[in-house]
Design a protein around this ligand. Structure first.
Ligand code: PLP
Length: 368
């Protein structure tokens, strides 16, 4: 490829379309603190996603940190090592001990059959990730949470717009967290949100993201400043208009990859999830070194030499980073499925503008 092809390319509206939004902000001189754009985006997102309550954030990581504060999570939390590092960092910032549990081999989500063995008297919550936007075993996990009296917070950073059994995947668990980072399917440059299910919880979250202010002179908790500003919210309002179109284009790319790669020996893809409307956020492939005749890393380098920049999402596992490696639950023998997937994965470029010629060139390199 002449031009480098990256794992993703952010979706952007026409600049001309954004100017009227900026003019409105300049005119009314409200830049942040639950301004009109912010209010409008919360309303539109709740309706678009099909969720009862949404609180917007400056980014997804602060949404995760605040969600744990909102539910007063302490002690130990069961989570997955196969994710972006922010999932576990949000626990660290709350002084919570992460307890890593292995993933299931089908989609790479937290394995519900391995959760119970990791519960201790200190466990207060489970924090799974809908990795690549594919739904976790939500019913099974909820049953475990109910039996043990645990809270359930989903890191749904990959799952914007995903539907499961006809409704939003974001309606499962106590809270779900979204990220609107530039690399995600819906972006506000940086941004995030918490989905909640009752007005009191939304109120608490909204206080916590604004220093804990519950009135001019009342502070209800040591909150943080994690508010989304008006320019971000305006970008969100505009991005929402093209979201369905961009998912449709991603679907076409994903289907082309599936077709072109289906007979390549040693390369496997995730199955299509049942009863799910996907958002085609990522396209991971898994390289079986023996069957393929080349290691994952050699293939990754080969793609790079051809100006194709896939990413090894998610390698290394979070449990391998120095600040978490010492934990008992980080020992590789408990996380064999996660290690296998992390060692075999390459996420291929996928974004709405990725054209047929490039898709064919990428798959030709994989076919060698
Ligand atoms: C992107 C991401 C986050 C962090 O979101 P930011 O908006 O970048 O702070 C958290 N968890 C997962 C799984 C992510 O992919």
């Amino acid at each position: 490829m002449e031009k480098p092809i990256y794992v993703t390319q952010p979706s952007l509206p026409d600049l001309e379309e954004f100017i009227p939004y900026l003019r409105e902000i300049w005119d009314n001189k409200i830049l942040t603190n639950n301004g009109p754009m912010h209010k409008e985006l919360e309303k539109e997102l709740a309706s678009f996603l099909g969720v009862p309550y949404i609180s917007l954030f400056a980014n997804g990581t602060l949404a995760l940190v605040t969600a744990l504060q909102a539910l007063r999570i302490t002690g130990e939390v069961i989570t997955t090592p196969y994710s972006f590092v922010a999932t576990t960092h949000s626990l660290w910032w709350n002084n919570i001990k992460p307890v890593f549990v292995d993933i299931e081999p089908e989609f790479g989500n937290l394995d519900p059959d391995k959760i119970e063995a990791a519960i201790t008297p200190k466990t207060t919550a489970i924090m799974p990730v809908h990795v690549y936007g594919n739904p976790c075993h939500v019913e099974k996990i909820q049953r475990i949470a109910d039996i043990y009296g645990l809270r359930l917070i989903y890191d749904a950073a990959h799952a914007f717009g995903v539907k499961y059994k006809g409704g939003s995947i974001l309606n499962y668990g106590d809270l779900s967290i979204l990220s609107f980072h530039a690399t995600k399917v819906f972006n506000t440059f940086e941004g995030g949100a918490i989905i909640s299910h009752d007005s009191a919880t939304k109120q608490r979250i909204d206080y916590l993201k604004n220093f804990g202010f519950a009135g001019e002179t009342t502070i209800m908790a040591p909150g943080i400043n994690s508010k989304m500003n008006e320019v971000q919210a305006a970008m969100g309002l505009l991005q929402l208009k093209s979201f369905n179109d961009s998912i449709e284009k991603r679907r076409v790319v994903a289907n082309r990859y599936r077709e072109l790669l289906k007979d390549v020996k040693g390369i496997s893809m995730l199955p299509e999830p049942q009863e799910t409307t996907s958002n085609y956020a990522y396209f991971p492939i898994f390289v079986d070194e023996k069957a393929y005749g080349m290691s994952r890393d050699a293939l990754y380098e080969k793609l790079k030499q051809n100006n194709i920049f896939g990413r090894r999402y998610f390698y290394p596992l979070i449990s391998e980073f120095s600040m978490y490696r010492g934990l008992e639950s980080s020992s590789p023998e408990h996380l064999s499925v996660a290690h296998k997937m992390a060692n075999e994965v390459i996420s291929l470029p996928i974004y709405p503008q990725l054209d047929e010629t490039t898709i064919v060139e990428i798959t030709n390199i994989l076919k060698y």
